[in-house]
Design a protein around this ligand. Structure first.
Ligand code: TXA
Ligand code: MG
Length: 323
């Protein structure tokens, strides 16, 4: 974390170059898109993505939208999707995000997917944003550039007020032309579902696809249907193995996912007890233990502060009884 935030008011090529250099070196950068300002990091770098959550002070790992400069780079990371290509040709660059299936050889961080097999992707219409991504040479994971729980920023000043000294750079591209987040359509299953209304209307999507599309809804206690926030409705990734928390050592039949200076850890989230490093490793290591066929995972205690709160939230869900 830097003690001072620079604001680059003119998004000229030297400003974009600085942002691109910061992204390449694993830092976070706030940048304008046509919807809202994003807090970006190299989507292929686990630690850089962990820094996004650190800066936002988000107590949970919600999956993030990954921003690309051109469609071919999207399809290199994701499984072929005719519906995705149709929506892309109609609405990209622009305020439409599609949730698609990751390729098994995807270079994207597991943390951007919060451990899921899907990833949300879009190509922003803001030309300078695309220039920055192109110059950085990596896809850019970016949630809205606000502290967790506050509203999305539509100008650079909002970002500064919300994230203050927690980030090194804000690229100021003026007011966002759309001013409302992107529409999110989940096309990872056969039937597309709108997860979040936004900059592209449902009617426009239906016109492009030639059929009706439903919005994800749940029925609340009062019996009326309500749109659920996509971050909450996710059936979150749980490893195949059972999970036991706050373990001082592995019992017979268990592997140990360590944290800090522990002996005999099969894998260690962070031998130096660094929470950013642990967050960066969390999903990748759970997946690794699963793919090694672990039946039961014991996890060392992780302090419940800063990113540790998000790590523990995730681990508690993984350890909860399943049906
Ligand atoms: O306009 C926008 O979409 C802005 C700009 C910066 O691009 N970004 C944005 O990101 O609004 P964020 O993190 O504030 O909201 C992303 C939403 C979250 O609710 C998250 O749960 C959902 O997208 N999401 C991301 N990946 C997902 C996935 N694989 N499956 C389902 N939902 C996903
Ligand atoms: Mg947001």
């Amino acid at each position: 974390m830097k003690s001072k935030t620079d604001i680059i008011h003119a998004m000229n090529s030297s400003g974009i170059e600085r942002a691109a250099n910061l992204l390449r070196s694993g830092e976070v950068v706030a940048f304008p898109t046509e919807t809202v300002y994003g807090l970006g990091a190299d989507a292929t770098n686990d630690s850089a993505v962990a820094r996004i959550f650190e800066a936002k002070q988000r107590p949970q790992f919600n999956p993030l939208i990954v921003h690309f400069s051109k469609p071919e780079n999207v399809w290199n990371e994701t499984k072929p999707s005719p519906i995705g290509e149709k929506l892309a040709s109609e609405f990209w660059p622009g305020p439409l995000t599609v949730v698609v299936n990751r390729r098994s050889d995807s270079t994207l961080s597991r943390l951007v997917s919060a451990g899921l097999e899907t990833v949300a992707v879009r190509i922003p219409a803001h030309e300078k944003a695309r220039e920055m991504i192109e110059m950085a040479g990596c896809p850019v994971a970016a949630p809205s550039a606000n502290r967790s729980g506050s509203i999305s920023p539509t100008c650079a000043q909002h970002v500064v007020e919300s994230l203050g000294d927690r980030i090194p750079l804000v690229l100021d591209g003026g007011d966002c032309s759309v001013g409302l987040e992107s529409t999110i359509v989940d096309i990872s299953d056969a039937t597309p579902v709108i997860l979040r209304p936004g900059g592209v209307s449902q009617e426009a999507i239906e016109d492009a696809l030639g059929h009706k599309v439903t919005q994800f809804q749940e029925v609340n206690e009062t019996g009326s249907a309500a749109l659920k926030a996509p971050g909450q409705m996710l059936s979150h990734y749980a490893p195949n193995a059972s999970v036991r928390l706050c373990a001082s050592k592995a019992n017979p039949g268990e592997v140990l996912l360590g944290f800090g200076n522990v002996k005999d850890a099969t894998l260690n989230l962070s031998p130096e007890s660094n929470l950013v490093e642990a967050a960066a490793n969390l999903f990748a290591m759970l997946h690794q233990l699963d793919s090694q066929g672990a039946k039961a995972i014991a996890v060392s205690p992780v302090p419940d502060v800063e990113l540790g709160a998000a790590i523990n939230d995730r681990l508690r869900r993984a350890a909860a009884p399943r049906n």
